[in-house]
Write a protein that binds this ligand. Structure first.
Ligand SMILES: Nc1nc2c(c(=O)[nH]1)N[C@H]1C(S)=C(S)[C@@H](COP(=O)(O)O)O[C@H]1N2
Ligand SMILES: [Mo]
Length: 395
């Protein structure tokens, strides 16, 4: 990887949306408000949600592709000291704790142990947080804190079994190379139950869309937990520890917790007393074509296109309504790239008459779970999955 401290500081160029938006966006009927954009190493210009450490949002046009390009894939880090250069010759992945044979694996060792692949959506728990009312603190994402990729690596179960899991093992923790600015800032360490850690799709990855992981997305290796929120997808992974007890570090015991109600909802005036760690993605769907407020002629087909996903049961149906939810039409689903992947949908919608429309899109997964008509809320702004709307002007 060629990202050095200097690249990080000098490579990022700031600007505003108006000057950096690509030509394709001129089809927007309503120009985007000027937004802070920057180009970080290995990335296209992206909306800057935070700059130190970088939190960058995927440009919406990238969701017209099934696989989100690595150079447009969103970025989220919590701690200030992120690894800006990693020397592969000295990097090792340690597997220790309640195991019979602690391991120290080089990248070559890891690659020799397997080449498992999984297509999965990486979505931040706080994706869409900026749209909540009342507003909550935290990174103010719009809908672009997500992406779909083909992840390549070695199943975590293969690695743990090679190390030999002791009979008293309960949880497995994952630590990356990033650190806080002061020793008082808790290190970013996440934990999975042994059961979840041994699900065969949970993978220690070294490839993303058939390329090495971008530095900002966790080079040289990251954990991928398909179907679970990305907080567990620890980047720049260097240590896996099997524990004979439940891990009580800050990022499990205090952060990334939400009410145990469906979708983690609570009432802003009566906060829920009991919180649990966030886990599986709920079902969502989005429009990717046309752009918001696009114009289209009445009586002629207008191609609608979008994506849907859930926590791993797979998408059963995606429906669109052009009459405020009174009637719904099933869309045509695209190729099935796996139950953890984006599922593309499309519909040729023929607007009956001139006017302003607010189209709605709603997905249902194979367990029958769907999306609410009204947005839920919780104090952390996690798991938003309200039915999305798209304004369209029919002329
Ligand atoms: N080492 C490390 N891994 C991490 C984090 C982090 O701060 N440090 N953040 C997590 C969170 S909350 C998210 S949303 C995802 C973001 O993944 P991405 O930057 O590849 O999009 O990384 C996860 N893995
Ligand atoms: Mo996140």
């Amino acid at each position: 990887m060629r990202m050095t401290r200097r690249d990080w500081l000098w490579g990022a160029t700031a600007g505003v949306g108006a000057t950096l938006l690509p030509a394709g966006c001129s089809r927007r009927a309503v120009p985007a408000a000027a937004e802070p954009m920057a180009r970080f190493p290995g990335k296209v210009p992206m909306r800057v949600v935070n700059d130190r450490p970088p939190c960058l949002e995927t440009p919406w046009r990238s969701f017209r592709e099934d696989f989100t390009p690595n150079d447009a894939f969103y970025v989220r880090w919590h701690l200030q000291a992120i690894p800006t250069t990693v020397d592969l010759a000295s990097w090792r992945l340690r597997i220790d704790g309640a195991v019979d044979r602690p391991l120290e694996l080089s990248m070559d060792d890891l690659k020799r142990l397997g080449s498992d692949e999984v297509v999965a959506v990486n979505q931040c728990s706080g994706n869409s947080r900026s749209l909540l009312t009342p507003r909550v603190s935290g990174a103010q994402w719009k809908n672009g804190a997500m992406g779909n990729a083909r992840w390549g690596g070695v199943s975590l179960a293969t690695l743990l079994r090679r190390a030999g899991i002791k009979a008293d093992a309960v949880q497995v923790t994952f630590d990356g190379l990033d650190e806080g600015p002061l020793s008082s800032v808790p290190d970013f360490v996440k934990a999975l139950s042994l059961d979840q850690a041994l699900q065969h799709e949970v993978t220690v990855t070294y490839a993303m869309n058939n390329e090495p992981l971008p530095g900002l997305n966790g080079f040289p290796a990251r954990l991928v937990v398909p179907g679970w929120y990305a907080t567990y997808w620890v980047k720049a992974l260097h240590r896996i520890t099997v524990l004979p007890k439940v891990f009580d570090g800050y990022w499990m015991a205090k952060a990334y917790k939400l009410p145990s109600t469906p979708n983690g909802n609570e009432d802003p005036r009566h906060l829920a007393p009991d919180l649990v760690p966030i886990s599986r993605l709920n079902v969502r769907s989005f429009f990717t074509t046309p752009d918001p407020s696009a114009t289209t002629p009445a009586g002629r087909p207008c191609p609608l296109d979008g994506i849907a996903f859930d926590g791993g049961s797979g998408i059963r149906v995606v429906e669109v309504s052009a009459d405020d939810g009174r009637t719904w039409v099933a869309t045509e689903l695209g190729n099935d790239l796996g139950r953890f992947s984006f599922r593309r949908w499309r519909l040729a919608w023929t607007p009956p008459a001139v006017g302003e429309y607010r189209l709605r899109v709603r997905a249902t997964n194979r367990e029958g779970q769907s999306q609410p008509d009204a947005a839920g809320w919780n104090r952390s702004g996690f798991m938003r999955n309200v039915v999305e709307e798209l304004p369209v002007r029919v002329i």
